[in-house]
Ligand binder design. Sequence first.
Ligand code: NAD
Ligand code: UGA
Length: 474
Amino acid sequence: MELLVEKICCIGAGYVGGPTMAIIADKCPNILINVVDINEERIAAWNDSNLDKLPIYEPGLKEVIKRCRNRNLFFSNLVKENISNADMIFISVNTPTKTKGIGAGQASDLKWIEASARQIGKYGKGKTIVVEKSTLPVKTAQIIKSILLSSNKPQELKNEDDKSFYILSNPEFLAEGSAIDDLENPDRVLIGGENNDAISALKKIYLNWVSEDKILTTDLWSSELSKLIANAFLAQRVSSINSISALCESTNANINEVSRAIGMDSRIGKYFLNAGPGFGGSCFKKDILNLIYICNHYGINEVASYWEKVIEINNWQQNRIVKIILDKLFGNIAGKKIAIFGFAFKANTNDTRESPAISICKGLIEEGSILSIYDPKVQIDQIKKDLELYPFKENSSHNDGFWEFSNSTYEAAVNSDAIVILSEWNEFSEINYDLLINKMRKPSWIFDTRNTVNIDKAKKSGFKIWSLGNGNLN
Ligand code: NAD
Ligand code: UGA
């Protein structure tokens, strides 16, 4: 039996729900898509006529939104209404790590998933395809199914056919900063499910722009688990190369050369071998923690310990960078101004979730430093939230470290002792070193955690440079 999909509802208008639905709307003009969210401010931003005010910054997103918004793509807070109309419902809500109760600090908090499932159970019209887009612990589809089947529907819909729901797992693999390209040209689309008609209905949507050989279908559990494992493997590569960056510094080797040399082995591959200040982003840490929790739950404690190390190295890398800065600046940064270039967890996004910049900045402020933070896309209010109680300029007593916000690299550098590069924004590799150093105290340092600096040019201008994983220099 063919299941027709004319109306889609997506619950969750975040970094995944927004861009993913925008691309489906763009590629499938005949499908009507409603993206709904309980967060009114976020929805208002998605509907802002000024496309520079969209709630997330993602290269290429503005153009897609401009083409589709209010044509076949709509953003609203009308959750119930749009659930009740939809043939297919994507669940793209947040699944962060639990902060309290059993499993706190490791297990995923599924309260937003459960709330979504309950609403679908209550308002879904029946014969609805429910798609897990969020990243979930393996076996979550079982929970969603139980909620949907026990839902409180009006009596007249209680016959077997009308209350039926089909559950699919369709994890999202986009990376922030390249989301539009990732969605338009995915390496693969993964669909896990039990019902072939439902699988075919979702596959048909993707076939509008993805070739069939890239659409992989599996059982539900393999699909759910593959998403966690893909993130765990990627994070593991980052921790592996970061661990070697420290060894390079101790042995006069250079991490870029090592990455290049090992990456040319086709079995290893060249991607995800850039050493840096540690992985950030909303997902790597939470997904590995969840993997650890699941392994412990099934009594596979050795496997859990193996993955714990990936996170330990990540934390260690961030602490190590703070210690190096302190050490190079004569063991004392109290009262010294340090310019921070980049606060997002990577370039080309305004997302700061789990950004290494947060812990590195906190570490430097604790040592009494005065930070001047500049990021091309992160706003001051976001940094205020991330640095929580760490004092902002106006509220600070003069004895403590504090931070201030800068509108440019040049403004941040004035009177500073050092520049610390934390995200790899293009503009940081195009710095005019002569101009910067003239504004700084001497000796003037650059701490480059992303290997973006032109070392020869910077040295020529008089900078002292520490560059992550560069043993010839440090
Ligand atoms: P997000 O926090 O940006 O967005 C989630 C949205 O869901 C929020 O706006 C929230 O208000 C909304 N929401 C929560 N409960 C709701 C409910 N009951 N009804 C309506 N709206 C509700 O999160 P995100 O970054 O988009 O991530 C979503 C999921 O996708 C997570 O499971 C994440 O692991 C996964 N994922 C994220 C990325 C990424 O790059 N951010 C990539 C792949 C997968
Ligand atoms: C990551 C995955 O790449 C996506 O496939 C996945 O869908 C997503 O998580 C998710 O589930 O949320 P994202 O976190 O947006 O995407 O960004 P990445 O490009 O993977 O970078 C993650 C972190 O690792 C960043 O802090 C980045 O700077 C760091 N990284 C990445 C390195 O330090 N070195 C590298 O070589 C690559």
